[in-house]
Design a binder for this molecule. Structure first.
Ligand code: GTB
Length: 220
């Protein structure tokens, strides 16, 4: 994007998902696209992530990071909140609605994402353990519990609380990670909610940018 931007984020040099948009730089790109802020992307290898220069930006040696002038941030929740607070479009003006949108951001990251991450842990990091076959259905059911509750709350609404907000941006991003397991499609209103998020022009730009960055080409 624009070479005049002051914002730089980091991303995987090559995302393990080959550009399916599941790595967390996508949610930051999406937020920046929603508020029309140009940004640069600096690729970081797995090795460089654990070296002092990157650890100075991110204490846990991960991506993404966000730098704008003197400000360096890590944690996608904090980055998206910062972007949403700096620009109009991702948080409502009314104090109560704004607080509720922020509550949905926390809900996405603290309540819905953890069981989804557990499935990745079980399937990848623990796949050779003798107890994995027994554990997997439990992990899947814990995701179902959360999706069922979220589905009941969303009902037939377009977004979680009125207009699209940073809460929806993070919730859709988190739910996308449950789609490969097939669990998302068990809840048609959530699958449609995620599809609405993906259809937003800002998401499409963010997705295309990360795909191109990872050497892929969009087909549809
Ligand atoms: N809580 C932090 C945040 O929200 O910013 C978590 C950051 C994080 O997990 N970063 C991951 C990372 O840097 C990349 S996004 N991992 C390298 C490491 O820890 O050494 C997680 C991720 C990775 C790959 C895929 N994928 O290929 O599908 C999806 C998501």
């Amino acid at each position: 994007m624009d070479v005049l931007t002051t914002i730089t984020i980091t991303a995987f040099e090559r995302s393990p998902d080959g550009g399916q948009g599941l790595a967390r730089d996508t949610r930051v790109r999406w937020a920046l696209e929603e508020v029309r802020q140009p940004y640069r992307v600096r690729p970081v290898s797995f090795q460089a992530m654990k070296e002092p220069a990157h650890l100075a930006l991110h204490p846990f040696g991960q991506i993404p990071t966000y730098q704008d002038g003197d400000l360096t941030l890590f944690e996608t929740g904090a980055i998206v909140l910062h972007i949403a607070q700096q620009h109009t479009g991702l948080l409502p003006d009314d104090a109560g609605s704004r607080a509720r949108a922020i509550a949905w951001m926390f809900a996405a990251l603290n309540t819905v994402e953890p069981p989804i991450l557990e499935l990745t842990t079980a399937k990848i990091l623990e796949r050779d353990r003798p107890w994995t076959a027994e554990r997997l259905p439990l992990v899947m059911d814990r995701i179902r519990d959360r999706l069922k509750q979220l589905s009941a709350r969303l009902g037939g609404a377009e977004w979680l609380d009125g207009a699209f907000s940073a809460g929806d941006l993070l919730m859709v991003s988190v739910l996308l990670r449950s789609r490969p397991s097939g669990l998302l499609d068990e809840y048609p209103n959530l699958a449609a909610y995620v599809a609405r998020g993906e259809a937003r022009p800002a998401y499409r730009r963010a997705f295309a940018a990360q795909l191109a960055f990872n050497g892929g080409q969009q087909t549809g």
